[in-house]
Design a protein around this ligand. Structure first.
Ligand SMILES: Nc1nc2c(ncn2[C@@H]2O[C@H](COP(=O)(O)OP(=O)(O)OP(=O)(O)O)[C@@H](O)[C@H]2O)c(=O)[nH]1
Ligand SMILES: [Zn+2]
Length: 395
């Protein structure tokens, strides 16, 4: 069950008018609308990345490369209010499309502003079934906000589920964007996009030297120790690496255990920069205590490091063992949203039950977090309250 700190689902009522009317496409008379049956949910992959990194190039590449899926492409301007109309440049067969379009092989493209969810659902209702949705965010978007919307929506019974987040990084400017410190202490958009990525494409490698590439790769890895890094030119990538990842659902449970074992903790490249930390604690955790542990971190934000700085978690992922549950449980968190979901995989042997967690964020202190987590396993309630200073609220 998805856990959320506040009301995240205040959908705007006028969402519909944000989406242009569809170009009518003939449906045969008497033909039943093909509705996705239960379980036939449609994946959405979020493609994010700084301005000009190669997101649209990736979309075009996917559309030309694959021939078995009916894809809806959505160019998204979530969170930018009444931003100036962005002209679309999805080309199919060399043509340029604007607004709602039917692309060649039955794929569709549209531009969505603000509250895109409703629009996407309308699209699905009007157009029937798609096999896949690709959503390109603007270069300055926080993919966490977009991802959260889909996540909440899936819980509300939507036919769409979040499959994964791909972040395209521009080789030429990536280093600059990722090392820039924002004067107000905020996390830069570029860094946030890398922190939240399941897949990171270092694109335009033709424009940099091997040495620069190594540097960029190291910085990206220092931020996100979990995501898969691929190097591309013209965003050309093996599609099996970017589609159908199941990065946010319990189907990833089988591979997740292996994947999490290979996550390496990272060193920050700047003071206050984003890092990945990971640890393993054997045993069973008590569900209530685990919830409190996560909520203190993500909602109350009252867990501090040794310098008395508040820990900020952007992404949380883990596989845990919950007392009295035979199955492995996957933990997913994005900003303030989190979810504990049973995977189809059972623990083989009670003696081997263990918990592995990965946190991406800043001011994270592995030892403190690990101690707090151990308390959820040992049930020494006192311990996990000591670090929380009730009267000091983090911004
Ligand atoms: N040299 C080089 N140029 C590339 C590569 N990939 C994409 N480009 C070019 O980079 C420019 C931006 O690519 P887009 O795919 O439009 O980037 P985007 O991320 O969608 O850009 P915005 O939507 O404006 O943020 C285009 O002119 C592409 O042709 C690459 O691997 N090498
Ligand atoms: Zn684009």
């Amino acid at each position: 069950m998805l856990q959320t700190a506040g009301a995240q689902d205040e959908e705007e009522e006028h969402a519909e008018e944000d989406c242009p009317e569809l170009v009518p496409i003939e449906t045969k008379q008497g033909e039943e609308e093909e509705k996705p049956g239960p379980g036939a949910k449609i994946p959405v992959t979020i493609i994010t990345g700084y301005l000009g990194a190669g997101k649209t190039t990736l979309l075009n590449y996917i559309l030309t490369e694959q021939h078995s899926k009916k894809i809806a492409v959505i160019l998204n301007e979530f969170g930018e209010g009444s931003a100036v109309e962005k002209s679309l440049a999805i080309s199919q067969g060399g043509e340029l499309y604007e607004e709602w379009l039917e692309l060649g092989n039955g794929c569709l493209c549209c531009s969505v502003k603000d509250n895109g969810l409703r629009a996407i659902e309308n699209l699905m209702q009007k157009k029937g079934k798609f096999d896949y949705i690709l959503l390109e965010t603007t270069g300055l978007a926080d993919p966490g906000a977009v991802a959260s919307m889909f996540w909440v929506d899936a819980e509300l019974g939507s036919d769409i589920y979040l499959d994964g987040i791909i972040t395209v990084v521009d080789s030429k400017y990536g280093l600059k964007h990722l090392t820039e410190e924002k004067p107000d202490g905020l996390i830069s958009e570029a860094t946030r996009q890398v922190a939240l990525a399941d897949i990171i494409l270092i694109n335009k490698t033709d424009l940099i030297s091997e040495e620069e590439l190594n540097k960029l790769r190291a910085i990206i890895r220092s931020i996100n120790g979990l995501g898969k890094i691929l190097e591309t030119q013209r965003s050309r990538v093996d599609l099996s690496n970017v589609l159908d990842l199941h990065a946010f659902d319990s189907l990833s449970g089988i591979s997740l255990q292996k994947k999490l074992q290979h996550v390496s903790a990272t060193q920050s490249h700047l003071d206050q920069s984003i890092v990945t930390i990971t640890f393993e604690v054997p045993g069973n955790s008590k569900e209530d205590s685990l919830n409190i542990f996560i909520q203190n971190l993500l909602w109350e934000k009252n867990v501090r490091n040794k310098d008395n700085r508040c820990m900020e978690v952007i992404r949380l992922k883990g596989l845990v063992s919950i007392k009295d549950k035979p199955q492995q449980v996957i933990v997913q968190g994005v900003h303030e949203l989190y979810d504990l979901e049973e995977t189809p995989v059972s623990w083989e042997d009670d003696a081997e039950r263990t918990n592995r967690l990965v946190f991406i964020g800043r001011n994270l202190d592995k030892n403190i977090l690990k101690q707090l987590f151990i308390a959820t396993v040992t049930e020494t309630e006192k311990q996990w309250t000591t670090q929380f200073k009730e009267d000091q609220v983090c911004p």
